[in-house]
Ligand binder design. Structure first.
Ligand code: MSP
Length: 654
């Protein structure tokens, strides 16, 4: 039994936000679930590394595209480690094997006539790497990101997408599970497929950062054709060793955000049809995590950093929130308040209390914290057991349809029922009379067994918590933690030995946390939300906020030695000097507020340390392309910082 699940491959971005984590966490929960069910799982994720946008950013920063990307990809992998993402393979579209596979795919499609050469005239949105026709634009701008589009005219290769229109419609109609949820299926059929497909331009000559077409190397392969191929190149498609491809393709589920369903249910299957390969069994288009109704994006300054949240509340809590809050397929709103409210209500109150109360009562009422094996049932047991087994079945059905939030609801129905059972059976009253020992033991057994079942069911979503519960119930990983053990009630041996441990989800002081989170995010997003924080909150925070950064944070700052080769005063100000600074083969113009400390003549010839990847800013009409590091003290003295020994301009400071 194999199971192949993929996420989209991510654009390298210095700051993947909580919305990005959503796709990956969802795929991870499915991968973990299928592993628990005994499947041989392949879970693929990775990075989409070609395209004009990245080429431009690398040029801006004075590095090669791959130097620029390598640094970011490390950050992305670290984020997935932080979020406990258990991917089996991480593909980069700059991997040699991928490049070769794309070149072979392109050539095969060309040789069989599915790709042909012609001329393209059209409107291109660089950030989205997408072409649009005139009537697709909204107010003359890109319909997806509202930015300007550019007119592009170039000799190009085209993919005969139109040829596959009928076959695609037929496939979708005959396979209702192919595009899920249903609403996205209708959207694809009615808005794109039935109105008619046009052939797709699949090569570029206007920039270089892409996979060269082997038989015409002034062309590079269109980034979506390149990117979509990752799902099969990662398995060795068209390589010398295609064992994985034979084993795992077609994918069971390809999970994508709603805005890229179109690429995955039209272009991608058409490519596969042209190659004569089977189509994925399902493409699932999930909704977005939004902030105040709008998509999170760096340009809007409303991104939420998942690492900050994980550091504060742990990855299990964040994973739980993401998958619980958003009805899979629809959009869900993110607020810090909703996050903390859920952590407190569902995790600290419901699950945390069930665990701590069960374990504490066994320890308190029975010697050595061990339940006696002579136990009696009560009038609530039968219905509790039935509810548990019913929700196990429903949870499994929901998982198979990727209704992850409904699956979590099933688990929480059990948790809440067990908490209610405590109130109904009132163990503290039973404990008062020795004649009720067997009854009391029976109640605590039902709670322990229920909790054991719950702890297994939450594992795909919250991989760290089960171990903590098992330690408190005296269970070791094995038969008693296997998925099959939850299909009937009563697998747990009667002589449960409880051992109180740490509180699995401590309650959070919501007011204090909200203020602190607001502060951290505001700093990150560089808006002035800070003004909103009350004075008291600010005072209490100022004492505590000397934030540590990780080495990954630090590595985002690129520092280099520069040599000042020219310097003059900026007119109409007595504060600023504008310097021309040589850094390696390049020179940069940098404006610095140092005119009170250095004359231009003094500054020329100095070797200084420059921040080279700072976004350029305009100061007094001059574009400043970096920053000279200076040390300053409370007396108002300032000196520029430079290397202590001989060092060439351009050397990296790290
Ligand atoms: N590189 C393309 C995919 C190519 S696949 C062959 C891409 N990359 S992305 O980095 O922009 O997005 C990766 C995934 O993150 C997408 O599924 C996207 O929908 C998802 N999300 C980005 N922001 C999101 C939210 N705010 N909420 C939920 N998911 C979001 O697209």
């Amino acid at each position: 039994m194999t199971y192949y699940i993929t996420t989209p491959i991510y654009y390298p971005s210095d700051k993947l936000h909580i919305g990005h984590s959503y796709t990956t966490v969802a795929a991870d929960a499915m991968a973990r679930y299928k592993r628990l069910r005994g499947y041989d799982v392949m879970f693929l994720t990775g990075t989409d590394e070609h395209g004009q946008k990245l080429e431009r950013r690398a040029i801006e920063e004075g590095v090669t595209p791959i130097q620029f990307i390598d640094r970011i990809v490390d950050g992305i992998k670290n984020l997935w480690t932080t979020m406990d993402i258990s991917y089996d393979k991480f593909i980069r579209t700059t991997d040699k094997e991928h490049v070769k596979a794309v070149q072979k795919i392109f050539k095969r499609l060309y040789e069989q006539g599915d790709i042909y050469k012609s001329e393209y005239v059209g409107l291109y949105c660089t950030p989205c790497e997408s072409f649009f026709t005139d009537h697709q634009l909204v107010d003359g701008k890109c319909p997806d990101c509202s930015r300007d589009v550019e007119e592009v005219k170039e000799e190009s290769y085209f993919f005969r997408l139109s040829k596959y229109q009928e076959a695609l419609i037929k496939h979708i109609e005959e396979n209702p599970d192919f595009i899920q949820p249903q609403s996205r299926q209708n959207e694809m059929l009615n808005n794109f497929l039935r109105p008619g497909l046009e052939d797709l331009c699949v090569s570029r000559t206007s920039f270089k950062w892409g996979i060269p077409v082997t038989f015409d190397d002034k062309h590079i392969v269109y980034v979506w054709l390149d990117a979509l191929s990752n799902y099969i190149s990662a398995l060795g498609f068209m390589s010398d060793d295609d064992t994985l491809y034979k084993k795992f393709w077609p994918a069971n589920v390809q999970l994508v955000g709603k805005e890229i369903v179109r690429f995955h249910t039209i272009i991608w299957p058409a490519m596969l049809l042209a190659l004569g390969e089977p189509l994925p069994k399902q493409v699932f288009g999930h909704g977005w995590l939004v902030i105040d109704g709008g998509k999170m994006s760096k340009s809007k300054g409303n991104v939420v950093d998942p690492t900050v949240l994980v550091e504060r509340y742990g990855s299990d809590a964040i994973r739980y929130f993401l998958l619980r809050e958003v009805a899979f397929g629809q959009d869900g709103n993110f607020t810090n308040e909703a996050l903390i409210t859920r952590i407190n209500a569902d995790l600290a109150n419901d699950l945390g209390n069930l665990t701590s109360r069960t374990v504490a009562m066994i320890e308190k009422y029975f010697d050595d914290g061990i339940l006696p094996v002579i136990q009696e049932t009560n009038e609530f047991d039968e219905s509790v057991q039935a509810l548990i087994i019913d929700n196990v079945t429903k949870m499994e059905q929901n998982m198979d349809q990727l209704f992850l939030n409904s699956a979590l609801e099933n688990i929480w129905l059990i948790i809440r029922r067990l908490n209610k059972y405590i109130d109904e059976t009132m163990p503290w009253i039973l404990a008062k009379d020795v004649a009720n020992r067997a009854k009391l033991a029976g109640v605590l057994y039902t709670l322990s067994e229920g909790l054991r079942i719950v702890s297994i069911m939450i594992e795909p979503f919250m991989p760290r918590t089960p171990d903590k519960i098992w330690a408190q119930l005296g269970i070791e990983r094995g038969e008693l933690t296997a998925w099959d053990s939850i299909h009937s009630f009563g697998m747990l041996p009667r002589d449960v030995q409880a051992k109180k441990g740490e509180n699995i989800f401590p309650r959070i002081d919501i007011k204090k946390e909200l203020a602190e989170l607001d502060f951290v995010e505001t700093k990150d997003n560089k808006t002035n939300k800070e003004d909103k924080i009350s004075k008291e909150d600010k005072i209490s925070k100022d004492a505590s906020i000397v934030e540590n950064i990780t080495i990954e944070d630090f590595s985002k700052v690129q520092l280099k030695v520069g040599e000042v080769i020219k310097c003059e005063k900026v007119t109409k100000t007595d504060k600023l000097l504008v310097s021309t600074i040589k850094i390696g083969a390049q020179t940069r113009t940098i404006v610095s507020g140092i005119a009170k400390y250095y004359t231009p003549e003094e500054f020329v010839g100095k070797k200084v340390v420059v921040v080279t990847n700072l976004k350029p800013v305009k100061l007094r009409g001059i574009v400043s392309e970096g920053m000279v590091l200076c040390a300053s003290d409370d007396n108002g003295d300032l000196v520029a910082v430079g290397p202590l020994g001989e060092m060439v301009a351009g050397a990296i400071v790290k």
